[in-house]
Design a protein around this ligand. Sequence first.
Ligand code: UDP
Ligand code: MG
Length: 343
Amino acid sequence: MAAPLLTVVIAAYNEAQAIPLLQPRLAAALDGLPGIDGRVLYVDDGSHDGTWTVLQTLVAADPRVSALRLSRNFGKEAALTAGLDRVREGAALILDADGQDPPELIGEFVRQWQAGYDNVHGTRVERDGESWIKRSTAHAFYRVIGRLSKTPIPADTGDFRLLSPRALAALRELRERHRFMKGLFGWVGFNQVAVPYHREARVAGRSSFGFWKLWNFALEGITSFSTAPLRMATYVGVMTAVLAFAFAIWVVLKALLWGDPVAGWPTMMTVILFLGGMQLVALGLIGEYLGRLYEESKQRPLYLVDAWQPGAAGVSLPASDRPAPHPGDRHAHGSSFAGVQDP
Ligand code: UDP
Ligand code: MG
């Protein structure tokens, strides 16, 4: 029987400095896995530095390495999707190109997989090289989304994880445009286990996730996995209406008992401004969801492929990939995975 396949999928955006440092660690980790056929698939997410050249050198040097290049920068979530779409056999393991997810842990992940777990995820117990603001906002984010979302999303868990073949096949069925991967992994379910690890600082280069990007990412997570904000708008509306009704009774009673010497301009302004603000907030909330609905309805592919360099050792991936929308990007209907095969 052939050894089980494991493909390490790495999204890389402007990581020309980090990848040459990562690859030897990765190769050593894969060499140290007896009975596992290890592969590496890099996805160049439209980098502007020499990332693609670096990847081509790696493909030429190591038969286990393949590289995929997207037509532009589609973002990490789409890049990961592109990589995972091309893993058609065996398990997949997701890793950051910057060395923050230590490849030395792959052995532990594989042991858990062989013990029967489908979704082995790395949970950070410590983070180096990141400001306390980033750490505390990240902490707060996981707590908020944990409360708002019905899908279980493990706290302090990034994309560093191993997916068994069936978890991977299930994930491939989820083709939504707004991809909050952490939530999608949780939605899939199956047997999950956490591997605690110490998250180190980047080996080179700098993070492409600034505060604005992280804020938008948080919004993406919340709107993709919860409609609680919409319901909150309803509750606030109901509460305001009840208060307004009580206030109206008071105003009428006051006018009946003590007459009505047209005053109360400050009260009126306060009420008008307050209600105006509340209405705009609620409208904005609806807009957030409506905008996402609009994007979904356009049914665009999740990414476009520019170039594909399969490794010499052969890959569990289709060898010919045209720079055209991937067939898997269409919605797969029904529960069969046949809908997401190549033609
Ligand atoms: N990345 C990507 N596309 C992007 C931004 C980032 O593929 O548009 C990759 C990046 O190369 C790295 C991973 O996603 O491998 C995590 O990015 P980063 O280290 O910037 O994020 P952080 O670790 O600071 O959250
Ligand atoms: Mg990083």
